[in-house]
Write a protein that binds this ligand. Sequence first.
Ligand SMILES: [Zn+2]
Length: 343
Amino acid sequence: MPIEVYPWHQARWRELVQRREGLPHALLFRGREGIGKLDFVRKLAQSLACTSPVENAACDECQSCRWFAADAHPDYRELLPEVMRPSGAEEAAAQGRSKPREEIVVNEVRGLESFVNLTAHQTGAKTIVLYPAETLNVNAANALLKSLEEPPPHTRFMLVSHRPSYLPATIISRCQQIVLPTPPVEMAEQWLREQGVTEPALSLAQTGNAPLAALALDDGAFWQQRKALFGGLAAPTVDAFALAEHVREFPIPRLLGWLQRWSYDLLSAKSVGLVRYNPDYAKTLGQVASRLRAVDIARFHRTLVRQQRSVHHPLNPRLYIEQLLFSYTALLRGEDLTASYAR
Ligand SMILES: [Zn+2]
């Protein structure tokens, strides 16, 4: 299937492809996670490599475009952290590691050298995409910096970042920055409806208006699990143990995300009478918030934010969930459990 340029990126697209001959050797694409930045960059790389472009965009028919469609273009490389690569778990196991790496490491950047040094196959230009660029660790970023400072001939680097502030300033200063916008709500809702999403507004509220992230929620389990958790949180009396048992199979990062947005909405309902992430629970959130003190909700929310650090590797997942829910029941009872919270 040809890659799509999303409606909210069309204006930026036209600007860039018109400059196709004059684009610099290092570009940094920035924008919110889940809006389709990687698809944009793939389409751009394909269009720049296309041998018979139509209105400056990929023809989808030439040999180069067919290679792109088959993920096999000899002059195009994507570097993602191991955890995001389809073969990541196997690669880690082959090296005796129990989990795939979440960072791009220096050897992976150095591994690009042989690719760069081979003669370009077709048009003389090579493209390297790094995604998400903020996952480059320090040594990997330094190795990349050398290439950006002394660019190999006929090679273009496209860095894609959700959080460019995490990138070294030295890298950023070598790149021309291109902001990819988040769509207006109506456009995002329309697009999601076209993809068959039944509650686009609610999905978008969950994801800060990022349409591809909203589309990814539409896997059935997400909404079922959310309903189970929120049903438990909204119950007149919350039994932390029983609720932990009920949700123990749910992905922990997802659970923590829901709790964070639940507490954010509680605080927001308490202070300004509005909720942001969970409009379908606005009434319930308002009722729960009315029984609580703002200072306690804020403290609970900070507790949850601190848990973000260990969310991908809790030592004991079951205990982690129980503690999260215990701090919630403590909040409902007006107690301060911060001091006893295991760190
Ligand atoms: Zn083509």
